[in-house]
Design a protein. Structure first.
Ligand code: CDP
Length: 228
């Protein structure tokens, strides 16, 4: 059993884990932590459907099936400790740390790979650093970037079809026994920025991070548009 910040991963059998989506919500390396009743359910359902959409579009993921409303069965993978971030619109850390203006639309999406380690505050890595640390080899690094851009194309198009903009998101990639790279972890309003296309209001975790609004209401709205 491995308890993360918002999910618990249980051993299921030799080839599978069971992931429980909890109601915990955290931000700023867990400096902020609360319980939002129902959040685990919404994130699990939203993630499951987004994984299915990726699979339908030929992208391999760890998702197998939902076992309970807030628990999913996934293929066992070893997570590569990189936060694979894709950006379509400038917001968040890229505006704080680099000379990009809030709201700038990137014609070419930007892929950023952060080292997943709260002790270092998830620092941005360059290719040479990633290879020097032996996190992946050159071929895998190339594949990770290709997967990131493909996931972006699919998710951006899907969200646009339900009136939602996708300024940026984070995915994690895992490696299975055979060495295949699969999209793993979760894809939810915890890990994506999702803005209402008309009002540009956040429907994601930014409502919690910056006390901008009702975080659960945003997640419910994403769910409503996805499931009708
Ligand atoms: O959230 P913050 O502004 O600190 O980070 P960011 O680099 O602007 O985040 C880019 C995207 O990755 C956002 O959609 C975040 O929700 C997501 N992210 C995440 O899910 N987990 C992290 N540890 C960091 C970013």
């Amino acid at each position: 059993m491995a308890k993360g910040k918002a999910k618990t991963v249980y051993e299921y059998d030799d080839d599978h884990y069971l992931i429980e989506f909890r109601d915990d919500i955290t931000a700023f390396d867990s400096v902020k932590h609360d319980i939002v009743g129902g959040k685990g359910y919404y994130n699990c359902q939203i993630s499951a459907k987004l994984f299915e959409i990726l699979e339908e579009n030929g992208i391999k993921t760890h998702f197998v099936k939902l076992l309970e409303p807030n628990k999913m069965l996934v293929k066992k993978v070893e997570i590569i400790p990189l936060e694979v971030i894709v950006r379509n619109i400038a917001t968040g850390s890229i505006v704080r740390n680099y000379p990009f203006k809030e709201g700038m639309v990137f014609e070419r999406p930007i892929v950023m790979l952060d080292y997943k380690d709260d002790a270092y505050h998830d620092p941005l890595m360059n290719d040479d650093m990633i290879l020097a640390m032996g996190l992946v080899n050159e071929e895998e690094l190339k594949q990770i970037k290709e997967i990131a851009l493909k996931v972006n194309d699919v998710l951006k198009g899907y969200f646009e079809s339900i009136g939602i903009l996708l300024p940026d998101f984070k995915i994690e990639i895992g490696k299975d026994k055979e060495g295949n790279l699969l999209v793993a972890d979760e894809i939810s309003p915890d890990s994506c920025r999702l803005w209402d296309a008309k009002t540009k209001k956040s429907l994601d975790k930014d409502n919690y991070r910056f006390d901008k609004g009702d975080v659960l209401a945003g997640y419910k709205e994403v769910y409503r548009r996805m499931f009708g």
